[in-house]
Ligand binder design. Structure first.
Ligand SMILES: Nc1ncnc2c1ncn2[C@@H]1O[C@H](COP(=O)(O)OP(=O)(O)O)[C@@H](O)[C@H]1O
Ligand SMILES: [Mg+2]
Length: 485
């Protein structure tokens, strides 16, 4: 029986010899240090607990909405923030004061008369927005904390720094965000009322608005040949009403139009006016543009902004032989025919889309393009016709030309000059463009006689090489002909 008790004693002495706890606790200096350390640890622990508790409470009680600069609602929210909101009450008005502002300035040039009155050729309008930092807004009786931050990273495509706006409110108030976004959106819609936004992807890799939204161009201001405009407008409107029909049948909801004809016949203007009429934006790609490749085109089409008409200008660029470089070493656009077809009805093509293609060279297009889902409708927008010349006259001089007598004279004059392409004239067929007629009328504002007198100027000028024979001779002489002996 002694052996186990002995063993226990040795074990106890061994443990005390290793740890020697009693000597530590009995040492007053060390015991004090241990006490302090444990108080410190407890405090740190409590602090951490408090922080995580506060974090938990914050997460439980608050809601955040983060909006990055890339989101379409970003500018709307900033504009919403700058709306004046008179706040009642001393404390509320102090809390919601905005101390950091940033500014956006737009300048517009003034008409000379207005410029003289103001003493400056341009007028500037300043748009103040809440700057970076924290702000508090009282909206519908709820406080919302706003944090606008600029990150140190930047968008690789545009070089612009990443930015986010975070809205925070109490969990119980979270439904206020719906009202915020609704109001911000309707403010933005109001600001763009009567305007057409034109997007382009010329410089960046993404769609960017090309300048400020422009005033809508009235459809009536584009004069196409009789019935052409109605035919296209009716077709587009009909298409827009048939979404369900397409969805029910599992057909991609797309329609394509091809407008072809000489330059200056109003193709681009018509598409812009049509977008205005439908309250759509225009997303424009020039297929002959340098740096436009199949990949880029496909990428852009997947990111097409909502409610936009896709406008592919110079569609023939995808068909020219681009092996030959021109004198500047520019080998033309890099969009291929298959790239264009993919863009129109391949995987890259969006589910919902209205596309307009324009070309000045219909003969260069491939018939494979004209297929439902690619191009459903083709329209020739040609040189000015009698009908168009008369309509344009009325738009410019209608209110001063009583009974339309001068209009008749003008049209007759153009006819005499053989500008409507009728073959009974001597010499080659002649045409003039609607753009040229517009130019003539702009030059002769309020001056009908002037317009008629100058109608001859509508005859297209052909620039023939000066004195061809001598030019060639000189060239030859310079290059190859040996000097006479
Ligand atoms: N049919 C037309 N009706 C009204 N304006 C026209 C018409 N055709 C050309 N214009 C005017 O001529 C200019 C060039 O027209 P644009 O639409 O760019 O022609 P296109 O795209 O066919 O080359 C614009 O300023 C436009 O207002
Ligand atoms: Mg054009």
């Amino acid at each position: 029986m002694a052996a186990p008790s002995d063993g226990g004693a040795t074990a106890a002495s061994a443990s005390s010899s290793i740890l020697n706890l009693s000597s530590i606790t009995e040492n007053p200096v060390f015991a004090g240090g241990l006490g302090l350390a444990s108080i410190g640890a407890a405090a740190a622990y409590a602090r951490r607990g408090f922080i995580s508790g506060a974090g938990l409470l914050k997460r439980r009680m608050l809601v955040n909405v983060e909006i990055s600069r890339q989101d379409p609602s970003y500018p709307w929210i900033l504009a919403w923030l700058s709306e004046p909101r008179p706040v009642q009450g001393f404390i509320a008005s102090r809390i919601t004061r905005i101390h950091n502002l940033s500014i956006t300035t737009t300048t517009t040039s003034l008409a000379p008369s207005a410029a003289a009155a103001q003493g400056a050729p341009t007028s500037a309008s300043f748009f103040l927005q809440p700057g970076y930092g924290r702000h508090v807004v009282l909206f519908n009786g709820r406080y919302i904390a706003i944090d606008r931050e600029k990150h140190s990273t930047a968008n690789m495509n545009t070089g612009e720094p990443h930015e986010v706006v975070t809205l925070t409110t109490l969990w119980s108030n979270r439904h206020v965000f719906e009202d915020v976004f609704m109001e911000a959106h309707s403010l933005a819609a109001k600001a763009h009322e009567g305007k057409t936004i034109v997007y382009s992807a010329a410089r960046a890799l993404d769609w960017l608005p090309l300048g400020e939204p422009r005033k809508k161009r009235p459809l009536g201001s584009v004069v196409l040949d009789e019935g052409v405009k109605d035919r296209i407008v009716d077709d587009v409107k009909d298409f827009l009403e048939r979404q369900e029909w397409y969805v029910d049948r599992g057909i991609p909801y797309r329609r394509g139009y091809l407008l072809y004809g000489p330059p200056g016949s109003g193709k681009s203007s018509f598409i812009q006016a049509l977008a205005g009429e439908l309250d759509y934006s225009v997303a424009m790609i020039n297929l002959s543009e340098m740096g436009m490749t199949d990949d880029r085109l496909a990428y852009l089409l997947t990111k097409l902004p909502k409610r936009t008409i896709l406008l592919l200008e110079d569609a023939d660029a995808a068909f020219v032989n681009r092996r030959q470089k021109d004198a500047d070493g520019y080998s033309g656009a890099a969009v291929t025919f298959s790239g264009l077809l993919n863009a129109l009805d391949g995987v890259a093509a969006g589910e919902e889309r209205i596309a307009f293609l324009t070309t000045n060279h219909i003969d260069r297009l491939d018939p494979a393009l004209i297929r439902p889902g690619r191009v459903d409708m083709m329209c020739h927008i040609g040189e000015a016709t009698k009908y168009q010349a008369a309509q344009m006259w009325d738009r410019f001089y209608g209110d001063m030309d009583e009974g339309g007598k001068n209009r008749e004279r003008f049209v007759k004059r153009l006819d005499e000059l053989g500008l409507f392409g009728e073959a009974h004239r001597r010499g080659p067929k002649r045409h003039t463009s609607t753009a040229a007629i517009q130019g003539l009328f702009l030059f002769n504002k309020n001056d009908m006689e002037g317009a008629i007198d100058m109608a001859e100027g509508l005859i297209p000028k052909t620039f023939e090489p000066e004195d061809e024979g001598t030019a060639v001779q000189q060239q030859d002489g310079a290059r190859t002909t040996p000097p006479p002996l």
